[in-house]
Ligand binder design. Structure first.
Ligand code: AMP
Length: 445
């Protein structure tokens, strides 16, 4: 998952990158980093922790320069080393280079093995390091050509910012799986970021989304950017960005995430009606869809579950036992509100089933008469290989159980999921989407 940002042509570049990463903290909480160039040298800071923990006034002062790139890393089990934080930096034949990446490369193992075979030494377990090695080993004379050569080798979903001392290259894969937008800074400089919520915080104006297969080049000394269409576009924006991952105030491909979530809830109400006294979201992930469900069904909306904001996302904990405990720490029902009531509970997705099971239990313990789970996405039956951290087939509950078996497991009175068709309708149904988690169509070959 992760978030990336690139800032060009502003003396406050690292500060703007910092605020942007802060706005995109939801995309990754494990580690963060910024590298900055003043045209002569690249300086960088990266560490494990949240944006506000890693950077303070002192650190930002050391990052002077008018070109910066930054990254928030999403936690995945196993790779907890600071070496897995980004930007990744290297000195090579043409000078210094720094790279940030959002997405996942599907041929990373093959590329890595052949690079190692040729003598490359890897410092991290990240697929992003492949890109640096490919650039460093290229025999082309210009960095731009070296990057293009590297991109011809890697396959998968990627949004990249590659920084040299005097340039920033912003690149989106030809499928446009992950969001990536271009904006103008109040100072006249430019920003590229994974989500438009970063623009709003720093007062940047949205220009457009970076096109699938496009490379945008910012160069010191020029106030205009260049655009090169590297690959034929074959857009497949990730549906999960709209369902869960992006912030509701972000617009992706011209569509507001909150409005789409509300539409998913309306579709859910049309497809899966139920007699009930109130619609209650699982906060915060189910709120948009629950509002839509309530408006469409006429069943009143209530915030019947309170979320403790001082606990991170439950998914982040690597072991099952710790994940269970975290759901308890995070969500508490309002007993006096729900006692004796028939509830429709709305969440955006069921992955392993941990959250849903625990929620049904705490609601029943709090006196709910009936608990009807409605999920604003289809059953997740396949792991995503394009950058959303969903687990293997073994752990995905809907890959192993029917809807009725999942209902039994989570002990709900009824359970229903949004259909793939309704999901597409909610997103406008005017383009192709990446729906791999639901339909198993791994379209990147
Ligand atoms: P689970 O408890 O494993 O079924 O996970 C479902 C919960 O995790 C839902 O409440 C979602 O909002 C949330 N969720 C879904 N996908 C992800 C993801 N890729 N990363 C973090 N949380 C997620």
């Amino acid at each position: 998952m992760c978030a990336i940002v690139g800032v060009f042509g502003d003396e406050q570049a690292s500060r703007i990158a910092y605020y942007s990463l802060f706005a995109m903290q939801h995309r990754g909480q494990e580690a963060t980093g910024i590298s900055v160039s003043d045209g002569k040298k690249i300086k960088k800071v990266k560490r494990r922790g949240l944006v506000t923990e890693v950077f303070d006034e002192e650190t930002l002062k050391t990052l002077a320069g008018d070109m910066a790139i930054g990254h928030n890393r999403y936690s995945t089990a196993g790779s907890e080393s600071v070496l897995d934080a980004q930007p990744i930096f290297a000195a090579y034949k043409l000078g210094e280079i720094s790279v940030v990446h959002n997405g996942n490369l599907i041929n990373k193992n093959e590329v890595r093995s052949s690079l190692i075979e040729e003598g490359a030494i890897f410092q991290s377990s990240m697929d992003t390091e492949n890109i640096i090695h490919l650039i460093a080993r290229s025999t082309k004379h210009r960095l731009q050509d070296r990057i293009i050569e590297a991109l011809e080798v890697i396959k998968g979903a990627y949004c990249l910012c590659i920084q040299s001392r005097t340039k920033i290259f912003a690149i989106r894969d030809r499928y446009g799986v992950r969001p990536f937008s271009l904006g103008r800074l109040p100072s006249g400089g430019y920003i590229v970021a994974s989500e438009t919520c970063a623009f709003d915080l720093i007062g940047a104006t949205f220009i457009r989304d970076i096109r699938p297969g496009e490379m945008i080049i910012f160069e010191k000394g020029s106030s205009e950017y260049k655009s090169v269409q590297l690959f034929d576009p074959d857009p497949h924006i990730c549906a999960f960005e709209y369902i869960y991952f992006a912030r509701p105030d972000s617009d992706i491909e011209g569509k507001n995430v909150y409005k789409i979530r509300e539409e998913m809830g309306r579709e859910l109400a049309r497809e899966h009606k139920v007699e009930a006294d109130m619609v209650v979201p699982v906060p915060d992930s189910g709120v948009g869809a629950a509002l839509g469900y309530s408006k469409e069904s006429g069943i009143p909306f209530e915030m019947g579950i309170v979320r403790n904001h001082y606990v991170g996302r439950t998914f982040i904990e690597p072991t099952q036992a710790r994940r269970d405990m975290k759901v308890k720490l995070k969500l508490s029902p309002i007993s006096s509100l729900i006692k004796g009531k028939r509830l429709v509970i709305i969440d955006d997705s069921i992955v392993r089933g941990t959250t849903a099971k625990r929620i049904v239990r705490i609601l029943k313990e709090a006196g709910a008469k009936e608990v009807h789970m409605r999920i604003a996405s289809p059953t997740i039956e396949h792991p995503c290989r394009y950058g959303i951290d969903t687990p293997s087939y073994k752990e995905l509950i809907s890959a192993n159980k029917s809807v009725e078996e999942v209902r039994e497991y989570i002990e709900a009175d009824s359970l229903a999921f949004l259909s793939i068709e309704a999901l597409k309708r909610s997103m406008g149904n005017d383009r192709n989407y990446s729906l791999v988690s639901f339909d198993g169509n791994y379209f990147i070959k």
